[in-house]
Design a protein around this ligand. Structure first.
Ligand SMILES: NC(=O)c1ccc[n+]([C@@H]2O[C@H](COP(=O)([O-])OP(=O)(O)OC[C@H]3O[C@@H](n4cnc5c(N)ncnc54)[C@H](O)[C@@H]3O)[C@@H](O)[C@H]2O)c1
Ligand SMILES: [Zn+2]
Length: 352
């Protein structure tokens, strides 16, 4: 088992290894004084791991209530948020008790937002079961639900008390979800870690989960500790995401996040070559790795369409927008460009 400590507004541990689910009860006793748990999961994950987690909790004396949502992004909404906090109230949870998110990023974001706001903040533990949640959403404290026409528009920064990543759970992850998470791993390697890039280029990510998740979480930890509230350096984690979010929106969310980020990384790197930030060789290596993980690289939308979508992204302020530009494998820089120049970057990235 590996351990990464995150020193944000709350200090917590991220535990990564095989067979951790069965220890969850023991781990909780050091963190909270209450004995009530609201276990939040989705139907697919709950069917696979619900019993194991509940048994471990009840064996340690906790009383467990459940809130199970249908799997998928559509469940990350205000109505489920409202049902969840009502259920927490009915179960008489207090600030000394805990919400446990067992699942992917959808469950984590919804449960985290409920934990952040219920009685102005109750205990929160994340048990990520998707690769994307393990390397990205479970760490860093961003919680949110979607509005009908805007992803993650209502949320809070709220750090968990513990992240327990049992790598055994990733064995049941569907292939499409696996490659979605791989796109984020590729992102981490591109922004800071050439060694990680070479590792995942030579060996499939799934053969090295413990090591790779630990590396990614450590990278994210460093950015979060320096810029918890996403006002500066943390934006580096958005490599591939400015175009990626626009691609998701233009596809009406039929292109999943990981695939959109893969295209976003490939296209900004293509444009970065034209603008003299990196060499052809960097782009070729990145494209080769993305394709190795069955992820797409080609931008097929119109530049203007993509720009309109990018401008509606909450992360962009007035006049200027920030893009993350690669300089070489393992090195990126944050660049501010005028929104008008964005069309140029998109076209050089392959947009029509
Ligand atoms: N908070 C953050 O910092 C942050 C960062 C990135 C993404 N996100 C959010 O995360 C969400 C995406 O997360 P995701 O990709 O994990 O999606 P998800 O939670 O929808 O999980 C993907 C699918 O995989 C299934 N699944 C998960 N674990 C499984 C397992 N072990 N075995 C079998 N099936 C399993 C789920 O049931 C679901 O159908 C988005 O809503 C996104 O906005 C948040
Ligand atoms: Zn992402």
């Amino acid at each position: 088992m590996n351990k990464v400590t995150v020193n944000a507004s709350r200090k917590y541990e991220v535990l990564i290894g095989a067979g951790l689910l069965g220890n969850i009860g023991n781990k909780l006793s050091n963190l909270i004084t209450g004995m009530k748990v609201m276990l939040v999961s989705d139907d697919s994950v709950y069917a696979l791991y619900g019993d194991k987690v509940e048994n471990a909790l009840t064996e340690s004396g906790y009383s467990v209530s459940q809130f199970i949502i249908p799997h998928g992004e559509q469940s990350k909404n205000l109505s489920n948020y409202s049902l969840l906090v009502e259920k927490m109230f009915e179960a008489k949870l207090t600030r000394n008790d805990v919400v446990i998110a067992l699942g992917g990023g959808v469950v984590g974001d919804l449960a985290g937002f409920a934990a952040a706001t219920y009685q102005r903040g109750t205990g929160f533990v994340v048990v990520p079961t998707s690769l994307l949640a393990a390397v990205d959403s479970s760490v860093g404290g961003k919680t949110a639900v979607d509005l009908e026409h805007g992803k993650n528009q209502v949320g809070a920064f709220y750090q968990p008390m513990l992240v327990l990543c049992d790598t055994d759970t990733l064995k049941t992850l569907p292939y499409e979800e696996y490659i979605n998470g791989c796109a984020e791993v590729i992102k981490y390697s591109m922004i800071t870690d050439e060694g990680l890039f070479d590792l995942i280029d030579n060996t499939p990510i799934k053969d090295n989960y413990e090591k790779i998740i630990t590396k990614c979480v450590s990278i994210k930890r460093d950015f979060v500790e320096e810029d918890e509230f996403d006002l500066g350096k943390r934006m580096m984690l958005n490599f591939g995401h400015t175009f990626g979010h626009a691609i998701e929106a233009c596809s009406h969310y039929t292109i999943p996040h990981g695939k959109a980020v893969a295209i976003g990384m490939a296209s900004i790197t293509k444009a970065a070559v034209v603008h003299g930030y990196c060499l052809d060789e960097t782009q070729e290596k990145l494209t080769g790795l993305i394709e190795k993980y069955d992820l797409p690289t080609e931008l097929t939308f119109k530049a203007q369409e993509l720009l309109d979508a990018a401008l509606s992204d909450k992360k962009n302020g007035h006049g200027l927008m920030r893009i993350i530009v690669p300089k070489s494998i393992g090195k990126c820089t944050i660049k501010e460009i005028y929104k008008d120049d964005c069309i140029d970057w998109l076209v050089h990235g392959g947009a029509r």
